[in-house]
Design a protein around this ligand. Structure first.
Ligand code: NDP
Length: 419
């Protein structure tokens, strides 16, 4: 019996909410709260006849901590699931601390305004000291560790697919498959086709920021940074086929490097089609990816937010998207004194997801692990206090839950490796 406050009802939130309703023995009461309450009401109405979970809705602007605090005090949840944007991570964590409630999210903090001088100063110092220049990093949320520990609370960070399941795959490999791991390659393939020349399959602002940034990877105890999209490989993905993939910076590399200090190299690759890359480059060149406000006809607009308004809503891609995703990790290392390779991954079909929850596979592969992460906290499988990423917990019950709730693992003990 648990009460859960879910903030955000977009592509990912809608899947997580539907999955919580499939486990109504644990998620007995949920409150769906977002900036636009009508979206929460619409989903609540659709789910009410199909679930035993009691669903209520609320309006909240999570940029305003006092609103989140008031809502938590009124609803009295056991857990707050942040399914909004990374911009809201810190305000929601602050509210959870103030009210004594556990917290979880699917992506690490980044600021909405990257020109904010106070943030910029800390960011530039970090770029110099750490050697990677992504706008997001874990330092902001790791700084809450002592406060959460002292309050006897848990904050679970990044419980989506990547970050999230990919780290559980690493924890699983470390626990069951290897004595020592030498290299980890995280491979994220979306073989789906939505038929538009250009669209992003999750929040466009967050997605385009990530993809247009310099890539980086961890090697021999330090970051190596590269020009955006300058390392390309081809990989033959199970059930998808051969795809071009590009080395990106990705947040879980940072926590994996900290938690597995003996791993020599950790990289992240994501597949992109040529049409996506050409459009993105063009939009970047004309300034449409900028987050700096400009004046237009007497009104301030942020170019990337205007672009977001023009692009298809990721939540609308579901009925049009066909094909599969394949996301997982390849490992090299040693077991019982012998060299070993291992690949653990999931294949997810866009149309099957649409039939089940009305969303494409990107929202599905993020929303299901969010619900499974919440399940681990609510059922006492993951109890460590403080601020933690997924690889710090026992991967077994989490992977079992993923198998059960729609993202079953597959394994290959002689996989193709990436050079
Ligand atoms: P959407 O833009 O579809 O949804 C965001 C939701 O958050 C909307 O309901 C929006 O409300 C709400 N929201 C935004 N700002 C506020 C605010 N200030 N207060 C309250 N609610 C707010 O995004 P997605 O669902 O595609 O993505 C959600 C998260 O999932 C992102 O953080 C993204 O980075 C993460 N993600 C993680 C992945 C992983 O594998 N770990 C993969 C993909 C995404 P409104 O409708 O009013 O705009």
């Amino acid at each position: 019996m648990s009460r859960v406050l879910i903030i955000g009802c977009g592509g990912v939130g809608a899947v997580a909410i539907q999955k919580c309703c499939q486990a109504s023995d644990v998620f007995t009461d949920i409150c769906i709260a977002s900036r636009t309450k009508s979206k929460c009401d619409e989903l609540a109405e659709k789910l009410a006849p199909k679930t035993k979970t009691n669903i209520t809705t609320a309006q909240v602007d999570a940029d305003k901590p006092e609103e989140v605090v008031a809502l938590i005090k009124e609803y009295k949840p056991d857990l707050v699931m942040n399914m909004a944007l990374p911009y809201q991570d810190l305000t929601i964590m602050d509210a959870c601390l103030e009210c004594g409630v556990n917290y979880m999210d699917t992506a690490n903090y980044e600021p909405e305004d990257i020109e904010d001088p106070e943030w910029r100063e800390i960011y530039e110092k970090r770029c110099k000291e750490e050697g990677f220049s992504a706008y997001f990093d874990y330092s902001w949320q790791w700084a809450y560790n002592e406060k959460f520990k002292e309050a006897g609370l848990t904050a679970l960070l990044g419980s989506g697919f990547d970050p999230g399941v990919t780290q559980a795959y690493c924890a699983y490999a470390a626990k069951h498959e290897f004595d020592t791991i030498d290299t980890i390659d995280i491979l994220d393939c979306n073989g789906g086709d939505h038929g538009y020349p250009f669209a992003t399959n999750f929040n466009p602002e967050i997605n385009l920021r990530e993809v247009s940034a310099p890539g980086s990877y961890w090697e021999n105890g330090r970051w190596v940074e590269i020009e955006p999209m300058s390392v390309k490989r081809e990989y033959d993905f199970d059930e998808v086929g051969k795809k071009d993939m590009y080395l990106l910076h990705h947040e879980e590399i940072e926590s994996l490097a900290k938690n597995y200090p003996n791993v020599k190299r950790i990289r992240f690759f994501m597949t992109f089609g040529q049409s996506y890359l050409t459009h993105m480059k063009c939009l970047e060149n004309v300034g449409m990816l900028s987050t700096t406000p400009i004046m237009y006809e007497g009104r301030e607009i942020v170019p990337i937010q205007f672009l977001k308004a023009l692009l298809p809503d990721p939540a609308s891609l579901g009925p049009r998207t066909v094909g599969k995703t394949n996301i997982g990790c390849t490992f090299t290392g040693i077991k019982d004194g012998k060299p070993k390779t291992y690949y653990i991954y999931n294949v997810c079909d866009h149309q099957e997801c649409y039939r089940e929850v009305g969303s494409q596979a990107i929202s599905y592969t993020t929303g299901v692990p969010a619900m499974c992460g919440a399940l681990m906290l609510l059922t006492g499988k993951w109890t460590e206090k403080g601020v933690h990423t997924v690889e710090e917990f026992d991967p077994d019950p989490f992977l079992d839950a993923l198998d059960r709730y729609g993202l079953p693992r597959r394994e290959n003990r002689s996989p193709e490796l990436v050079d």
